[in-house]
Design a protein around this ligand. Structure first.
Ligand SMILES: Nc1ncnc2c1ncn2[C@@H]1O[C@H](COP(=O)(O)OP(=O)(O)OP(=O)(O)O)[C@@H](O)[C@H]1O
Length: 254
């Protein structure tokens, strides 16, 4: 579905990403891990169309991605993805309005009714039905992230990009969000790229774990080279530490 070839990105004379090649099948869940500053978010922005490659290309279904965001690609950031001056429900309706007509920015008639029905279904699905008329500041961190995900799903994206979506949440809330995300991923049949700093989260959620790192280092000039994908590991949740065989305290040591 998605094909990345020779993708390189530099900002001025700072190389960030170097010669990334990647083929991703429809419905994959790619978790992206790597050191801070190695270009993970830049890679997501390239997939979104917010950034243009310095060289190389990204193709969706064999067609080069246009250099601007389109409804088939949606992104959720760690924070502040939602509009603070709109209620939860208005946030979802605005997402739909922008998709339909960015200039007019308002849907009417049947399209409006469809949007309202979809917004209410998503609010219900993400456990926000009772909070539909509340503003983001009146929601917990977990609820705000559920709203951000629901807002992105309003556009029915085929490609969902998540940039550390659960990084600011408490561990218990994170676990709930994992369940919700896995359910939504299966229900909507999306292809997901998710940046995370949490390895266990990457292996638990991802069908593939992509690690970004530099293969070339110059100790004199640490910024001389960019990062690429150094490992592309198959994951099915079985490598998640919770699923590993527990050590048996009664077992005899050799
Ligand atoms: N618009 C920009 N202009 C110039 N440099 C940029 C720009 N965006 C990112 N960079 C630089 O590119 C490098 C990679 O940044 P990026 O945010 O992609 O890394 P990251 O792996 O997502 O980091 P983190 O894990 O800390 O979020 C950094 O050195 C950053 O300073």
């Amino acid at each position: 579905m998605l094909s990345v070839q020779g993708l390189t990105k530099s900002y001025g004379d700072l190389p960030v990403l170097e010669k990334i090649d990647l083929e991703v099948e429809e419905g994959a869940f790619c978790a992206i891990v790597g050191a801070s500053g190695c270009g993970k978010s830049t890679f997501l922005r390239l997939l979104l169309g917010q950034e243009v490659p310095s060289s190389g290309e990204i193709a969706l279904d064999g067609k080069i991605l246009p250099p601007e965001p389109t409804p088939e690609r949606g992104i959720v950031f760690q924070r502040y993805s939602v509009f603070p001056h709109l209620t939860a429900r208005e946030n979802l309706l605005l997402a739909h309005d922008f998709e339909g007509s960015p200039l007019l920015a308002r849907a009417f008639g049947t399209r409006r009714a469809d949007a309202e029905e979809m917004a209410d279904a998503l609010l219900e699905r993400t456990g926000l039905a009772n909070a539909r008329d509340r503003f983001p500041a009146q929601l917990s961190g977990g609820m705000q992230q559920r709203l951000a995900i629901a807002q992105t799903l309003m556009k029915r994206p085929r490609l969902l990009l998540l940039d550390e979506p659960f990084g600011a949440l408490d561990p218990g809330v994170r676990l709930e969000m994992h369940e919700l995300l896995l359910e939504l991923w299966r229900e909507h049949g999306m292809t997901i790229f998710m940046v995370t700093h949490d390895l266990s989260e990457a292996f638990k959620l991802g069908t593939r774990v992509l690690t970004f790192d530099k293969v070339r280092h110059d100790p004199q000039f640490p910024n001389a080279y960019g990062a690429t994908i150094t490992y592309d590991l198959a994951a099915d949740g079985s490598a998640f530490p919770d699923n590993l065989p527990k050590e048996d305290p009664d077992a005899e040591s050799e």
